[in-house]
Design a protein around this ligand. Sequence first.
Ligand SMILES: CN1c2c(nc(N)[nH]c2=O)NC[C@@H]1CNc1ccc(C(=O)N[C@@H](CCC(=O)N[C@@H](CCC(=O)N[C@@H](CCC(=O)O)C(=O)O)C(=O)O)C(=O)O)cc1
Ligand SMILES: N[C@@H](CCS)C(=O)O
Ligand SMILES: [Zn+2]
Length: 771
Amino acid sequence: MVQSSVLGFPRMGANRDLKKATEAYWSGKIDQAALIKTGQTLRAAHWKLQKDAGADIIASNDFAFYDQVLDHIQMFNAVPERYRKYGLNALDEYFAMGRGLQRPATKTSPDVDVTALEMVKWFDSNYHYVRPTLQDDQKFELSAEPKPVREFLEAKAQGITTRPVILGPVSFLHLGKPDRGASVDPITLLDSLLPVYEQLLIKLAEAGAESVQIDEPVLVLDLPQKTKDAFAPAYAKFAALGSKIPQITFATYFGDIVHNLALVPKTVAAVHVDLVRAPEQLEQVIAILGAEQSLSAGVVNGRNIWKTDFSKAIEIVQKAIQALGAERVVVATSSSLLHTPHTLASEKNLGEVADWFSFAAEKAKEVAILAKAVTSGPESVKAELEANAASIKARATSSRTNDAAVKERQSKITPDMYNRKSAFPERIAAQQAHLNLPLFPTTTIGSFPQTKEIRVARQKFTKGEITAAEYEKFIEKEIDYVVKQQEELDLDVLVHGEPERNDMVQYFGERLNGYVFTTHAWVQSYGSRCVRPPIIVGDISRPAPMTVKESKYAASITSRPMKGMLTGPITCLRWSFPRDDVHQSVQAEQLALALRDEVIDLEAAGVKVIQVDEPALREGLPLRSGAEREAYLKWAVESFRLATVGVNNETQIHSHFCYSEFQDFFHAIAALDADVLSIENSKSDSKLLKVFEDEAYPRHIGPGVYDIHSPRIPSEEEIRVRIEEMLPYIKPETLWIDPDCGLKTRQWPETIAALKNMVAAAKYFRAKYSN
Ligand SMILES: CN1c2c(nc(N)[nH]c2=O)NC[C@@H]1CNc1ccc(C(=O)N[C@@H](CCC(=O)N[C@@H](CCC(=O)N[C@@H](CCC(=O)O)C(=O)O)C(=O)O)C(=O)O)cc1
Ligand SMILES: N[C@@H](CCS)C(=O)O
Ligand SMILES: [Zn+2]
């Protein structure tokens, strides 16, 4: 019998219940017991949902209050002393690592002031994990009641036998980094980490777990030799424990493992591979499996929302069955379903296209149907297969996917449409002549606090409880406020604050042809933060200007330069659910043409500084180096240029990236030809900025002087130190002073306090360098 399996389920709940409870706990509205209870309720509901869907193998320990990697950091006691020293209770220490903590002293406890651990993209997804930060003398110790054991027992008590999922030791270390000031190479800590894994696996077996899913997603990457060398000893140690530990499913996802096949342990019971992303690896993976090993075939996409094409999936699974026999094949999701929304059942406004989609709950059903189809034959699920074939056909033949005018415009793109009128030196001189900015100019990245009031007003407008005119007035009032605050802070280049935007991608999706958008399809981005990716269903075009009204209004109420704010083509593409029937480069080009018109319209409206954010450019980089990566960079850079170069020399193009890892694709960043770049280097070592010095990057850069993901307020002194650290690598006349990302998640008081310190620090250096 072929079993079905779900590698992990989204945690937020159908109505973002986890987000709401977590944020209520942070603001003191509920206590810890209430938050823990919400976690239990959600886990119970999600296990039951998957069981009712017919999934045979259901994951536990896929839940996390903030992030699954952070769970491991705490479970292995890899908690840096700067958090430990406060003696916080476990959950507060956990959140302190996730989001930082700043708390005044009370009668019973001293003040707390600690920044968050670094947060980084989870492979090429829009999910962020908390990075293990390791010491030179790092020791690991298993927590007394390990979370995977607790959650396995919790499900068992509910009558559901789950398969706990844990991040494997090689991936945990490879994804980590030395703490600031430490120089340890994390992978050298393997020997001290393995005993902790052994204890955990033994405890899981003692609790009754028969199998465990050990995720080693780093296997899809290009790995250094020492990381490769870590797999054999690690898995040999586990094998030596024999029946004292559960059977292991060794899981990889988000790419193929063909280049690392030799590293797949011979001793694990099953190997999971992503056959959505890399179906071509099937034969080679089958070829290396031992006679006892099973294949978990990831054929239901964990990263997108399109209905699985059952006929194609069955074909792949049948191939595996022919080679291995039904008992050695499992039909699975390609990865955890963390990256998909909860359920399609909540969507009431999608019309005919709803039938094209599957969200997490529906994907759990899909694996079960597929397993039944190959176990008991197509007749056993005849109705489901027929319905599936009908909706796949309906989508393939729908007129909603094709727009001849868009294709026509794409066919008429000429080479000059990729180049600015002049080179950077000439442009910057023209820009400076009319912007007249001081040394160390200050700006922000675009958004200002998205207050409850703004969200409620937008909700009322969406529900028709207030008119468009009332909503517009409300937004103008918000812009007035944001502009006034910035003038009082004495910032140099202002922004309108993006109050009209629900999200930097969803907002554009809602204004472009070719998109549909949802009401409840939330996906976790980090911690309690969620996004609702719009869905690209057809060719994209811009029916009308999208941002001009707000930017023009904002520019009209100040004499300072106003920066227009757009989301770039790659970010719009990657943070949407893209089509899977057209190459992503085609979708990016369509987005670029739409944005090009917007950029030109903004310029014509008098907005002479325009920022086109591309925070997802790095995330889209294929995970392995080589031809695929170069091809991506070519079309990604071309899309950005197509979107931005239609302006005159005087118009200053900014771009923003929420990351600092430029080393492996610096040439692409330079090729964007943006006049000013703002990046997110506030939590990383300033030494990373050396690449700008080494490459003699002539354009302007704002490396981000403080971390906006945390509510803590950086002092002026702290910001000065940060700027001082940057100056060896970036020339004073090219350095901009800004926060490391938008301020939408912050509250007003902390925003004002932090920006005041930032402006003061900029003025300090301005004075120092003017003499
Ligand atoms: C820059 N980042 C972004 C990423 N991806 C995006 N698609 N967008 C991004 O900005 N990836 C990388 C980073 C990740 N960072 C963030 C930062 C912040 C958020 C965030 O704040 N998310 C919000 C939801 C934003 C949104 O869509 N808001 C809507 C709906 C608001 C809402 O919840 N309304 C309530 C009613 C009102 C109320 O009672 O409050 C409701 O519907 O029930 C809007 O503003 O209209 C979040 O809250 O998580 C995400 C990623
Ligand atoms: N302009 C956006 C960029 C976020 S990456 C903002 O400020 O929120
Ligand atoms: Zn950002």
